[in-house]
Write a protein that binds this ligand. Structure first.
Ligand SMILES: [Zn+2]
Length: 220
């Protein structure tokens, strides 16, 4: 099937993403200093505000759908089957992984960076002034020595997180080409957002971080 490459419309999907627990999406130093004392979260370089990169959110939604529909590629890679929407809900919407030649046309979903909501900006700014925090909380964790059951010396690690209750504005744009099944694509995206609430966003999710709620979802 060759996709006719003519845009019919854009569907805008908006909502609010609320952190029910502290959220951690690592900044650039994380790779270098795993376990170090300084694990900053990602921030906008201009205004210093935490945000959720569109790439992180898109990757997470994609992987949720891959697990849901058994589309995880070989060696745990993202799906690159490049089959049409009916056979694979992932490749048309998110683009087939590492497959430069295919018949699907461009990835349909554009995920914008999710920026700090006005309300959270006010709240966190106040916290900044009162406690000298940089729009984040600092969490310290121990590594427990398995033989003694007590915290290992030097096993402390400090991580920054966006505090619980913080909200971000979600914004996505879905490109609908002629012959695309708009309803089906929108429903897969909503499905992924719903499953995200049972999963987690960012790092250390199996240890309580990154529990999020998606609210006020609109499509137009
Ligand atoms: Zn696929």
């Amino acid at each position: 099937m060759t996709v006719q490459l003519k845009i019919k419309k854009y569907v805008t999907i908006t909502g609010v993403l609320i952190c029910k627990t502290g959220l951690r999406i690592g900044g650039s130093r994380e790779e270098l200093e795993i376990g170090g004392m300084d694990n900053p979260i990602i921030r906008d370089p201009v205004d210093g505000l935490p945000y959720i990169p569109g790439s992180s959110l898109k990757g997470k939604l994609r992987s949720i759908l891959e697990y849901k529909y058994g589309r995880v590629g070989s060696q745990g890679n993202p799906c690159g089957c490049a089959q049409p929407l009916d056979a694979c809900p992932v490749c048309t919407i998110f683009g087939p992984h590492l497959k430069p030649v295919h018949e699907l046309g461009p990835s349909r979903l554009i995920v914008r960076d999710a920026l700090l909501s006005e309300q959270s900006l006010d709240k966190l700014s106040k916290l900044n002034r009162e406690e000298g925090l940089q729009y984040a909380e600092v969490k310290t964790e121990n590594i427990i020595d398995r033989r003694t059951g007590i915290a290992r010396q030097g096993g402390l690690r400090t991580q920054e997180r966006v505090p619980k209750g913080t909200s971000f504005d979600l914004n996505m744009s879905l490109r609908i080409f002629e012959n695309d099944d708009e309803a089906k694509m929108v429903s897969h995206i909503k499905e992924a957002l719903e499953l995200l609430e049972s999963d987690y966003l960012g790092g250390s999710g199996t240890r309580g971080y990154g529990w999020v709620e998606v609210k006020d979802l609109t499509t137009e």
